[in-house]
Design a protein around this ligand. Structure first.
Ligand code: BLA
Length: 510
C-alpha cells in the first residue's frame, strides 16, 4: 500500500487507518527510543510542555519531564507485556508545578509511546464504585435482551452520549442495532441493519486489539506527528494509541449523519469482535480518560457476561424446541387409525424451528402453511431437491442462487431447510424463510434534511441501510447449528412415523 494512495469509497479496506500520522487535539504525544531519546512528538507539544518540536527532538525525556513523572512512567514500562498492552496513569504533572495529566503508555517494537491529556479535575468520577454499580445492574437484568438493554443504558448514564447502541455483527460482517438508549429528540435506529462495508475489515481487526475509540469532535483539526517518518522511513503505528485521529471517510460518514462526537467500545467473544457499543452525540463531547477507562472496563465485563447469557438463551431455545418435539412425538404415538398423513401435524412441526412457512411433499398428501412457494413452484423445488439433496438434510439461505426459479418467490421463500422423509420416491418436509430484508424497515426520520460531504450520499445511514438491503437481496436469515441439530432430530422422529403410517395403512387395507 502506498501512503499517498487516494482513498475513496471503492478502496476503504486499503486505508491504513493505524498509520495516518496524526492524533486528536485533546492531548499530545511523545515517542522515544528505548533509551528515552525523543524521536517524535505531536505538533501541538509546545502548548503542553512549553517547548516546540524542533527544540525537543533528539533530547532525553529526563531533561524535559519532572523527576516524579519520569519515575511514574518508568515504573510502568516493565508491566507492558504483549503487543496490545497499555498502561495508564491519572493526575500526573508532567513538569514541576505544572497541571496534572492522564497518561497512556505503550510500546511499539522498541519505541515508547506516551500520550498525555490534561486531567479533568471537575470530573470527580469514582471509577471503581461506579463500574461496580453498573455491573451489579447488569447482573440484575433478565435474559439476553435485558442484559443488552441494560448495558446501553448504563453506558449512556456513564458517558452522557445522546445515543448509545449495541451493534451486533452477522455471519457476513453486516450489523444490526439490537439495543438502544437514546435521547427523546432522536429517532430510533433500533433494528436497523448496515452492510459490512460501513466498518471495513482493517478497522474490525484493529478494534479486536484496542477496545475503545473516542472521536470527541469531528470538526477538530488532527494534529500531525513530527516527523511523520522515522529514520527508517516508517510512520508510527498508532494501533494502540488512545488519541489516534480516525479515518476521514468515517469522519464524513459521521458528519452526514449529523453526529458530532462518536465513541465505540469493542464487544469481544472468544477473541473475535462480536459487536460494538456505538455512541453518538450531536455536539462535541469531552470525556476524561478515566471515564473512558471505566467504559472500557465495563465493555470487557459485558463481553464476558454476554457469552454466558447467549449460551443460556440458546439452551432455552433448544429446550423450547424439545418441548414441541416431545409433544409432537406424543401426538404421533397416539395417532388413531384413519389418520393418513403428516399434514395434520404441519402446524406443530412449524414450531420446531424458527421459520415463516412450512411445506410437506409426500405420497400421502401435499400441504403448505404460511409464507411458501405455490404448489406448482413447490413441485419444481422438489425436482431440484431430488437432483441435489442425496437423502440427507439440505439447507440454503440463498435458494435463488442454486435454483433460479426461486428468485421469483424470494419474497415468500428465500431460503429452505429440507428434510427427506424416505429413501425411495422422495418425500420432503421443507421449512421456508423469507428474505431477511422484508422483515426490517428503516426507522430513521425520512424527512430530516442532512448535509452531504464530498463522497456523496453513500456515506449516510439511510444509504448504508439501502446498501445492506442490496447485499442481502434474495437471502434469508441463515440456518444455525442448532437449527440443523433440531432438523436432524425431527428427521429421525419422522422416519419412524412414516414407517408407522405405512404400517397402519397396510393394516387398514387388510
Ligand atoms: C469506522 N464505522 C466505523 C465505526 C463505526 C462505524 C461504529 C467505529 C468508529 C466509531 O466509533 O465511530 C459505523 N456507526 C457505524 C454504523 C452505525 C454507526 C453502521 O453508528 C449505525 C448506526 N464507512 C462507511 C463506508 C466506508 C467507511 C462506506 O460507511 C468505507 C467505504 C469506512 N468506517 C470506515 C472506516 C472506519 C469506520 C475507515 C475506521 C475509523 C477509524 O477507526 O479510523
Amino acid at each position: 500500500f502506498a501512503l499517498n494512495e487516494q482513498i475513496d469509497l471503492t478502496n476503504c479496506e486499503r486505508e491504513p487507518i493505524h498509520l495516518l500520522g496524526a492524533i486528536q487535539p485533546t492531548g499530545c504525544l511523545i515517542a522515544t527510543s528505548d533509551d528515552w531519546r525523543i524521536r517524535r512528538v505531536s505538533a501541538n507539544i509546545g502548548a503542553h510542555l512549553g517547548r516546540e518540536p524542533d527544540d525537543l527532538l533528539g533530547e532525553l525525556l529526563n531533561d524535559v519531564l519532572s523527576h516524579k513523572a519520569m519515575h511514574d512512567i518508568g515504573g510502568r514500562l516493565h508491566l507492558l507485556r504483549g503487543p496490545n498492552a497499555m498502561e495508564r496513569l491519572f493526575g500526573v504533572p508532567l513538569q514541576d508545578g505544572g497541571v496534572p495529566y492522564d497518561l497512556a503508555i505503550h510500546m511499539v517494537e522498541d519505541t515508547i509511546v506516551i500520550e498525555a491529556e490534561p486531567s479533568d479535575l471537575e470530573d470527580g468520577l469514582e471509577a471503581g464504585t461506579t463500574v461496580r454499580g453498573m455491573i451489579a445492574r447488569l447482573h440484575q437484568a433478565e435474559g439476553f435482551e435485558g442484559l443488552c438493554r441494560e448495558a446501553v443504558r448504563q453506558i449512556r448514564g456513564l458517558t452522557g452520549f445522546h445515543r448509545v447502541m449495541l451493534y451486533r455483527f452477522d455471519h457476513d460482517g453486516a450489523g444490526e442495532v439490537i439495543a438502544e438508549s437514546a435521547a427523546s429528540f432522536l429517532s430510533s435506529f433500533l433494528g436497523l441493519r448496515f452492510p459490512a462495508s460501513d466498518i471495513p475489515k482493517q478497522a474490525r481487526l484493529l478494534y479486536e486489539r484496542n477496545w475503545l475509540r473516542l472521536i470527541g469532535d469531528i470538526k477538530a483539526e488532527p494534529v500531525p506527528l513530527v516527523p511523520q517518518l522515522d529514520s527508517r522511513g516508517k510512520p508510527l503505528d498508532l494501533s494502540i494509541s488512545v488519541l489516534r485521529s480516525v479515518s476521514p471517510i468515517h469522519i464524513e460518514y459521521l458528519g452526514n449523519m449529523g453526529v458530532h462526537a462518536s465513541m465505540s467500545i469493542s464487544v469481544i467473544r472468544k477473541g473475535k469482535l462480536w459487536g460494538l457499543i456505538a455512541c453518538h452525540h450531536n455536539e462535541p463531547l469531552r470525556l476524561a480518560f478515566e471515564r473512558r477507562t471505566a467504559a472500557e472496563l465495563f465493555g470487557q465485563i459485558f463481553s464476558l457476561l454476554l457469552e454466558s447469557r447467549e449460551r443460556d438463551a440458546e439452551l432455552a431455545r433448544v429446550a423450547e424446541a424439545n418441548k414441541v418435539h416431545n409433544r409432537l412425538m406424543a401426538s404421533l404415538g397416539a395417532m388413531r387409525p384413519g389418520t393418513r398423513s403428516l399434514t395434520d401435524f404441519l402446524d406443530m412441526l412449524g414450531e420446531v424451528l424458527p421459520c415463516d412457512g412450512i411445506g410437506l411433499w409426500s405420497a400421502g398428501g401435499t400441504a403448505l402453511r404460511g409464507h411458501t412457494p405455490s404448489t406448482e413452484e413447490f413441485a419444481g423445488l422438489v425436482r431440484f431437491l431430488n437432483r441435489t439433496a442425496s437423502g440427507s438434510i439440505y439447507s440454503t439461505y440463498n435458494l435463488g442462487e442454486v435454483h433460479a426459479p426461486a428468485r421469483d418467490y424470494a419474497d415468500r421463500a428465500a431460503g429452505i431447510l429440507a428434510i427427506p422423509l424416505s429413501r425411495g420416491p422422495r418425500d420432503y418436509l421443507v421449512f421456508f424463510r423469507r428474505e431477511v430484508s422484508r422483515s426490517v424497515t428503516w426507522a430513521g426520520d425520512p424527512n430530516k434534511p442532512m448535509a452531504v460531504g464530498p463522497n456523496g450520499v453513500r456515506l449516510t445511514p439511510r444509504k448504508s441501510f439501502a446498501a445492506w438491503r442490496q447485499t442481502v437481496e434474495g437471502q434469508c436469515q441463515p440456518w444455525t447449528d442448532s437449527d440443523m441439530q433440531m432438523a436432524e432430530r425431527v428427521r429421525i422422529t419422522l422416519l419412524e412415523v412414516v414407517l408407522q403410517l405405512a404400517d397402519m395403512a397396510e393394516r387398514e387395507r387388510r
